[in-house]
Design a protein around this ligand. Structure first.
Ligand code: ADP
Length: 238
């Protein structure tokens, strides 16, 4: 299968800290990949670079055969790269529906009524319909997480980068989020999932990439990752 995303010798330093040390990775369209590693191993930095929030010191990123290093997050979102944040970027003073429509604005070919039709369907999918006119500031933490998911889906991503989506989420909601992730992946969306929660990663992903101090130390199945001594050592040192 053709590679959708290729990360080639990506290096990023912050002062004296090497956050990414010449990382090389390739992902095929439709994969669901877990990205793990101890705190500070470079996971979020990698996501920030792929989604255009940071620029790399060295290296190249190719998305659908186009070099994208240095492209703005906004442009990347328009070509199908969507991401979530550990802390949601929802506009708290707007209603749920308004948040959806603000996200949808990036598709200029769409009329307002088409956008609100799509938003309605996505809110239904995420069980947020009854909250559509509620201000985001009145939502619970879990509901905000779902709204963040809903807003990303307004952008119709082909590659979805999820940064710690399960942080502080109760088990029932986590299950529901798993179902969403599986459904989107089954519909063909490539997903890269960062989580500290290894149980979630091992349950959802057949491929797990482990980072430690900016290097990939393991790239394999959950079974291979569990059995890897280097991975164990990296986590023991945390
Ligand atoms: P992870 O997501 O695996 O916890 P990060 O990518 O956040 O790791 O961080 C990797 C390293 O880069 C850490 O040592 C972190 O302190 C450093 N780092 C990340 N972002 C910044 C930044 N904006 N400024 C300075 N240092 C940073």
């Amino acid at each position: 299968m053709a590679e959708q995303l290729v990360v080639d010798r990506l290096t990023k330093t912050f002062g004296g800290i090497v956050a990414l040390n010449g990382v090389e990775l390739a992902f095929s369209a439709g994969e669901l990949i877990g990205l793990i590693g101890p705190n500070g191993s470079g996971k979020t930095t990698l996501l920030n670079i792929v989604s255009g929030y940071y620029t790399a010191d060295r290296g190249q990123i190719t998305y659908e055969n186009q070099p994208i290093a240095g492209t703005s997050p906004h442009k990347l979102a328009r070509i199908g790269i969507g991401r979530s944040f550990q802390v949601t970027k929802v506009f708290r003073r707007l209603t749920v529906m308004e948040n959806m429509l603000v996200s949808g604005l990036s598709d200029w070919s769409e009329t307002r009524s088409q956008a609100s039709e799509r938003a309605t369907a996505i809110l239904e999918d995420l069980k947020l319909t009854r909250l559509r006119d509620e201000r985001a500031s009145n939502l619970s933490g879990g509901q905000l997480k779902l709204l963040e998911f809903a807003r990303i889906m307004m952008l119709q991503p082909k590659l979805l980068l999820l940064d710690e989506p399960f942080g502080g989420v109760h088990p029932e909601l986590k299950r529901f989020m798993y179902d969403c992730i599986r459904k989107w992946n089954a519909a063909g969306i490539t997903i890269i999932l960062i989580s500290h929660d290894m149980g979630s990663i091992f349950e959802l992903c057949r491929r797990v990439v482990t980072l430690s101090y900016g290097d990939i130390i393991c790239d394999g199945t959950p079974e291979e990752t569990r059995a890897d001594k280097g991975v164990l050592e990296a986590y023991l040192g945390e």
